[in-house]
Ligand binder design. Structure first.
Ligand SMILES: N[C@@H](CCC(=O)N[C@@H](CS)C(=O)NCC(=O)O)C(=O)O
Length: 205
């Protein structure tokens, strides 16, 4: 049985849950992190010494780090679908997974500033600077999507998952966004997927 620890509003947990849903896996989710605690307990720290979410236990195999988990589940259950069979196509997809960390570095200030910080404590200047930087950064995936519907070609792969979760937050925030048309079409495509709607496109919190 696959067990996944993590609160549903964590972007990194969403990546794992979305991958599991796309792969049609049966799993049990355990609330953990922020208001749920759990992550500081000795039992949890034994599995994940970082006290962060997500963590999985797949029939006794414990793994943390969201991208490693998505890769593991896709390699195990999604050969030829989420996990491209072709080495170069897989490397291309893999690269976009990790590029999501480049985006996350600046996007964190925007999301935390506007969603998880009370209005009187917001550093609006820092939020605006980070927003501008994110808008510039997103021109890179926008360009990459000019000639293909998904990051690794014609279908959804691991490369779409982390960025899909981050771009959902970006698209749903009440902020100014440049018209990245290819990225916008890709996001619309994601929004037609049942698993994306169920796991990722939920209200911001
Ligand atoms: N690189 C790690 C980062 C994990 C991480 O930072 N998780 C956040 C949630 S997105 C967390 O656990 N925050 C503390 C908490 O929720 O209590 C991964 O991708 O899994």
């Amino acid at each position: 049985m696959l067990r996944i620890w993590g609160r549903v509003n964590s972007v990194n947990v969403k990546e794992v849950l979305w991958a599991a849903e796309e792969l049609g896996l049966k799993y049990e989710r355990v609330d953990a992190g922020m208001q749920y605690g759990v992550v500081q307990t000795p039992e949890y720290r034994k599995m994940n010494p970082n006290s962060l979410v997500p963590t999985i236990d797949d029939d006794g195999f414990v793994l943390w780090e969201s991208h490693a988990i998505v890769r593991y589940l896709a390699a195990k259950h999604g050969a030829g679908t989420l996990w491209p069979a072709d080495l170069k196509q897989r490397a291309d997809s893999d690269r976009w997974m990790d590029w999501a960390f480049t985006f996350q570095r600046d996007f964190r200030a925007v999301f935390w500033g506007l969603v998880r910080t009370p209005p009187e404590k917001r550093d609006l200047k820092a939020i605006e600077e980070a927003r501008k930087k994110c808008a510039e950064l997103l021109a890179i995936p926008d360009q990459a999507l000019a000639n293909r519907p998904y990051f690794a070609g014609n279908s959804l792969t691991i490369g779409d998952i982390p960025l899909g979760c981050h771009v959902q937050l970006w698209m749903r925030l009440p902020i100014e966004r440049p018209a990245h048309q290819n990225l916008g079409r890709w996001f619309d495509r994601l929004c037609t997927r049942a698993a994306f709607k169920k796991i990722v496109d939920i209200p911001l919190s």
